[in-house]
Design a protein around this ligand. Sequence first.
Ligand SMILES: [Cu+2]
Length: 143
Amino acid sequence: MPLKLMRLVWFSLAWVPACGFAHAILVGAHPAPNQKLAQPPTSVTLRFDAPVGKRYLAVAVVDQQRRRVDEQDAARDLLDGSLVKASLKQPLPPGEYLVRYRVQSADSHIVTGSYRFIIIGKADAQAKTPSWLDRLTDLFTGR
Ligand SMILES: [Cu+2]
């Protein structure tokens, strides 16, 4: 490789932020992203692919009016550092909620993320609104 090109490659690599370890990735959650729950959950549990740091750890759950609905007690599990749990106010009314989290990866870099879950009311869970397919089926079967 010509020296000039080698220098160019070296310089372009130097611009990539050094990162020795993989960043913490959310691999599981309860409630799960976009999950529709008939029963209000009592807590949010986040599972990462590796233990996360205690520092900078934060979980905030807000309703559609951006009000905090968590008990601001986010903490790692005592035995499993890859599990993070936060309690929720009881009981949460039906609606859409946003979970936002911030954790520190093993390489000290901060990872943030967010996802939504929905609590559906009991009335919503029971009343089944006919879909277009149901209506079409009704039309053909003459019901
Ligand atoms: Cu990193």
